[in-house]
Write a protein that binds this ligand. Sequence first.
Ligand SMILES: Cc1cc2nc3c(=O)[nH]c(=O)nc-3n(C[C@H](O)[C@H](O)[C@H](O)COP(=O)(O)OP(=O)(O)OC[C@H]3O[C@@H](n4cnc5c(N)ncnc54)[C@H](O)[C@@H]3O)c2cc1C
Ligand code: SF4
Length: 590
Amino acid sequence: MAIKKDPVDAVVVGMGWAGGIMAKELAQAGLTVVGLERGPYRNTAPHFQPPEIHDELRYARRHGLMQNLRRETNTFRNNPRQRALPMRQWAYGQGAYPLGEGLGGSGVHWNGQSWRFLPWDFETRSRTVERYGEEAIPPDATIQDWGITYDDLEPYYDKFEYAAGISGQAGNLQGQTQEGGNPFEGPRQRDYPLPPLKTAYSGLLFWEGAERLGYHPFPSPAGNQSQAYTNPDGVAMGRCLYCGFCSKYGCEVAAKSSPLTTVLPVVLGLDNFQLRTHANVIRVNLDDTRTRAVSVTYVDAQGREIEQPADIIVLAAYALNNVRLLLLSGIGQTYDPMSGEGLIGKNYSYQFISAVSAFFEDRVFNPFMSAGAMATVVDDFNGDNFDHTGLGFIGGGFIAQFTGEAAPINTHPVPLGTPPWGSEWKRAAAENYRRAFTIITHGAVLSYRNNYLDLDPTYRDAYGQPLLRMTFNWTDNELRMADFLTNKAALIAREAGASDINIFRLARTFSIVPGQATHNNGGAIMGADPATSVVNPYLQMWDVPNLFVVGASAFPQNTGYNPTETVGALAYWTADAIRNRYLKNPGPLA
Ligand SMILES: Cc1cc2nc3c(=O)[nH]c(=O)nc-3n(C[C@H](O)[C@H](O)[C@H](O)COP(=O)(O)OP(=O)(O)OC[C@H]3O[C@@H](n4cnc5c(N)ncnc54)[C@H](O)[C@@H]3O)c2cc1C
Ligand code: SF4
């Protein structure tokens, strides 16, 4: 028998970017809010202080800030005919999708690449049909428009960038192209709050090579503060030290945009907000009509079941966990790829990375000193920024030269053909450590009929609940796109003066083992039509209007960009709709 808590106005499940923003915005509107986080409390001090926080073995290899896979994981297979197997350990590097756990979620140990999606990304299907015809959509692709446009979301992108202290160079200010920025970005009302990070020598060579080829390089937008900054809520952040221990680590000087350095300090100071850590939510409870959520049930640190009633319930537990909680709670109809019926779990999508290592005989770099999002980028082959006629794929991705984070265990580039061990390998590793850099491609993945999420029939977590099962593989669209982008990356490497290059193409079959993109999307997608979407354009369940599902679970397909700024913008957009419309008239917002 669960212990029943007093009702509150709103309960938010998950305290990452999505949950932190929702909790802050709802509590600031005067609601009593409880935030439930399955992981521990942690903060800049005392948890992220040097020298311990620069322990590569603990954080980058053993994933010290991430989900404990012994308690909960998910299972994986490439297609519905296979039996899925559990991901039992984080693979070498990081595995396909390391998952966050603890106050601040993955926002604590992310890189900080902070992108707005292109206007095209929100209307992928209709704009593709308009430009190339219906036949350009790959067979079995289930892509659809989002139900909102870039222009709808622009003010909320702006809000996120100013709350998070993003460093960058505008490329399109109110329709005017800006020198040195991304000329392909959608129009923005104002510049970034902070100037871009420094460009390293390797980034400069990439920049010059790309420019000679006629492309348009620019500094990556970064959630690493180029200067000390105080956000509109009065929260102060430090200045990035380019310490080189960024992705997979917490920041020792609060110079990485994170829920811990932006929204959580505000909400944790409010009397009407209560944080409960080690609170693992296991289901959302509906009333008898199945159209109203009444409470959530969680297991606390002592193993007790606790029921927390609330008028508004927000799931912000990350894309995968949002979908799993809907499935565990029996909310909505589970997607069936055979019949095409059901929507929960449909349109799961991922992202790909391929790479080119460039080696130089006559150049020396400092690959160690860097920030998580310190990169030079070209966006000429993202979205529909280029003519796809005859290419055999739609969509695209960015190509970037990331500087550094070349920590000693993980990074030792050697030319192809070097033996994998022994004195020759050691000599090549020593010789090339400061004479090489990597260019990556970061590409979109569409949604397809046979890529989806559901509950595994065999494997369970430590609480006895079915694990989430992921069924996913690349299709020809991604493989062609990846080859196209990889060839462009190799071209830039040569133009930048590389004497030798290694090309790492996208493997023909997806595997969860190698480290790659960290971005899972879909499964509870948004849209303008209840027949084809789980949540409406305000991330409100069509069938259960007091239940909001916030995060990348709402993306109908993936884009070429990292997702988090769009997750943050959508959270601000949803919170705004609740504050200004739902609270006055609780019910469907669309
Ligand atoms: C190494 C790494 C680098 C990354 N770099 C970038 C980048 O440069 N740019 C970018 O855009 N994105 C990046 N990402 C992705 C980014 O971190 C995520 O997109 C973002 O953090 C998602 O925010 P969220 O709030 O939706 O989920 P999360 O940050 O995952 O937060 C969800 C929270 O919910 C909690 N939770 C889950 N289930 C339950 C439950 N049942 N009960 C209670 N609590 C629960 C989790 O413990 C977690 O704290 C990176 C990710 C990783 C791992
Ligand atoms: S590189 Fe900068 S933002 Fe990243 S952890 Fe180090 S100091 Fe912080």
